[in-house]
Write a protein that binds this ligand. Structure first.
Ligand SMILES: [Zn+2]
Length: 264
């Protein structure tokens, strides 16, 4: 071997080692970048953590401000404040629980988001459940009520949700109601389960709320209380009442998470 030939071999080996090192370096993904999963479908990673085996994705949707309204006000309380505070406390309460990813659909309380955008956020996140938090306003009523879509409606040319979303939403309503009713028994009135059809907006859109029409994942609306009822207002104004509401919602979510895991 002459020296020149040996130098050539040496450089070739170094070049090969560099190639191997680069090829074996794990590729980093930009947050929010799309990637292909094994089925060739596009997933989002990063801020919207991907749905995977054993991982349940919850999207919390604190209601208002939306294209429908800025939210109710009564008894010195604003619905938008209650929805936001309970939503944030619920996210903090559930975050870190194994197998559960919790997302809140916007960063700032007063950021306007349409009901279609709220549904599309949950669709992109691959949510197993969208929990929409609201407060109702009606004379002579008290307590919490859970609403789910049991039929399709139409909004801006879109008819939905699908039969699968209707079935999942119904199951979610039943499970979340069980968890909430147990925690709030003898603490706060249980108004039961109703359908989107029985709401003014749902009736106007053929039987489903706008957020349900655009949803490709199970979705329920929890009207936590009647803001115009002085007793309900007093309950949610107190630290103990708000804590009970957060724990009830968390118990409801866990009840549904378990129901999903028990599915054959
Ligand atoms: Zn509302």
């Amino acid at each position: 071997m002459n020296r020149r030939w040996m130098l050539g071999v040496g450089l070739a080996v170094v070049g090969w080692l560099v190639t191997v090192a680069v090829a074996s370096t794990p590729r980093t993904k930009a947050p929010g970048a799309a990637q292909e999963n094994t089925l060739g479908q596009r997933d989002r990673v990063g801020e919207d953590k991907p749905r995977g085996p054993g991982r349940f994705v919850l999207v919390i949707d604190p209601g208002h401000p939306s294209e429908v309204s800025a939210g109710a006000e009564a008894n010195g309380l604003r619905e938008v404040d209650i929805n936001w505070e309970v939503g944030q406390a619920l996210a903090a309460h559930l975050t870190g629980r194994p197998g559960l990813t919790v997302l809140v659909n916007r960063q700032a309380k007063m950021k306007m988001m349409t009901n279609r955008e709220r549904a599309e956020f949950a669709n992109r996140a691959g949510a197993h459940l969208t929990l929409r938090l609201h407060c109702d306003y009606a004379a002579g009523k008290s307590g919490f009520v859970i609403y789910y879509p049991d039929t399709q409606g139409t909004n801006a040319g879109k008819t939905g949700p699908s039969d699968a979303v209707i079935a999942g939403s119904r199951q979610a309503a039943l499970a979340v109601h069980r968890g909430m009713a147990r925690r709030l028994a003898n603490v706060f009135p249980d108004g039961g389960i109703k359908t989107d059809r029985s709401t003014a907006v749902g009736a106007k859109n053929g039987g489903a709320l706008i957020g349900s029409i655009w949803s490709e994942v199970p979705t329920i609306t929890v009207e936590m209380l009647y803001i115009n009822n002085p007793k309900d207002a007093e309950f949610i104004r107190s630290a103990a009442g708000q804590q009970a509401m957060v724990e009830a919602l968390a118990a409801g979510v866990i009840e549904y998470l378990k129901a999903c895991q028990d599915k054959p």
